[in-house]
Design a protein around this ligand. Sequence first.
Ligand code: BF8
Ligand code: SF4
Length: 633
Amino acid sequence: MSMKTFDTVTQSLINRAEAMGIETGINRLESQLPQCGFGQLGSCCRICYMGPCRIDPFGDGASKGVCGATADVIVCRNLLREEVGGAASHVGHARHVVLAFQKMLEGKAPGYKITDRNKLMDIASRLGIKTEDKSDIEIGKEIVGKALEDISNQNGEPMNWLKLSAQSREFEMWKEQGILISNAHNEIEEAMHRTSMGNDADPVNLLLACLKMGLVDGYAGLHMATDFHDILFGTPQITTVEANIGVLDKDKVNIAIHGHNPVLSEKILEWAFKMKEEAKKRGALDINVVGVCCTGNELTMRHGVPLAAHNLQSELVLITGAVDAMVVDMQCIWPSLAMIAECFHTKLITTEPFVKIPGAIHVPFDVEHADEEAKNIVMMAIDSFKERKGEDVHIPKEKSVGFVGFSVEAIVGMLKKIDSSDPLKPIVDNIVNGNIYGVVGFVGCPSIKLRDTFMTEKMTKELLKNNVLVVTTGCTAQICIQAGLMDSSATDKYCGEGLKTVLHALGKAAGFDVPLPPVWHMGSCVDNARIGTLLGALADRIGVKISQLPVAGSAPELVQEKAISIGTWFLALGLLVHIAPSPRILGSPVATNILTKDLENITGGKVYVELDPIKAAAGIISHIKHKRTELGI
Ligand code: BF8
Ligand code: SF4
């Protein structure tokens, strides 16, 4: 029996798993305790076979590795390798989408099309591509050329997607610091090279490389992926959705889509809609596509697909026994899902050649045959529904509702109804008068180590009380929607008077008969690009650097390497980045000092570690206060 107690839905499924004798992450975490202290401090090195070496933080044991590497070197090398893991995931995701778009333009992926022509033209113009007398296909091909340059250029010129997406003040600052990047793949290669045995042994130099990797993540990963998603599948608009595991329906074919890449999930959704009749013939009421993790966020932002589960609940959604197929692509997919699926009739379907899980069914999905393969996968789910007959299912009935779809375009569109010539003015005016005291971006994952502390919900509520507007992405967004924080009723319930007034006015202006919610769902983890764009636009409107704004970022329940590389991009942008639990830097005095203090004099950003939600919110508020004072507001 676990010592932890989670929210009602999560807990009821953990209880069911325990009653059925099915092991989950909670059990495995407890069986690992206490976890390795050297690992947590980052001071363990396995880079060569003279090791593994580990440095005792109390000075009792070895103070250097066999090769003479100090704790500072070991920690900074490990941190850079974590960043590489994160950035490679996002760059790989972006490249996958760019290549799908390229195949479509070449007529080889007939299942896809240009959905948002405005975005296509906007990106073309910002890349300096002339569009007169050219077809959309020709323009698209030039855009693809620019994107592929960012993973092939050898001329050292700054990356196209960075120039396209970053503000000039930040660009100049990075140029001065010598951390501009040119080619994402070269940067990833160089980072692995310099951290292999016998190369970079200067912790400061390694930390600068970390900042560069943050830029790789931000521009060749997040921004590039988001731009191509929008062109292919449309730019999100504000709508409402249902969330939590209760969105499963025992009478329907339940298909849970899990992973990150809408190139797959969009097709599954489309075919689920087309194959309703097949499902009905086999006794189901309908087909119910529900989202898990970030691909769920992508589908919810564009199509209002219900959000079933965040990453910590990805095992538990299967414990319901009601999922007929879980279809996955890449990233954050726990290997344990195959073992759990086997306990039920559930089919776990992997689709990427580089993501296979023993026990799962592998259906390779390629964009050239997307329609046939998506149809095939949906048919497998329908067949699986027939096998479910008679099985005992347990779907916790609690669900929540909330607003989603806050792309920058949607936000600006809404604000234009208040001031069509200067849409950001109402937000800026309210920041100046203090109705919006500040803005905080909550990003990242649900940590199995912290989820029972309700870290995200408690921090958010504390910030709202102090008139801080919250924007969020990824699984953190799912935690917020499940907690009711994206429902308009949260505005009167949790916000201070100033923020309440603004959200009432915005709701009215947007044409809703209710206030806007105080926590805005901006999408998946790659959609953190949207948070960057929003902050950049605000900074430009005020005429300052992003680091001068009364804003901050938080990864309140750090899990993934991807959250580390996103957080580092935020640091490069000049943000205070709150993180819990601590990143693995405490074994190095140099890394700890630079990241939590000295970096502020370089980019304006700094890391802030605090595990108590109320204290963490207070720390962020005092940072915002300081920024406001410096701005003279
Ligand atoms: O990219 S929030 S657990 S699903 S890493 Fe993964 Fe974390 Fe969820 Fe999305 Ni992001
Ligand atoms: Fe040990 Fe150095 Fe080898 Fe790392 S690189 S394992 S510190 S000898």
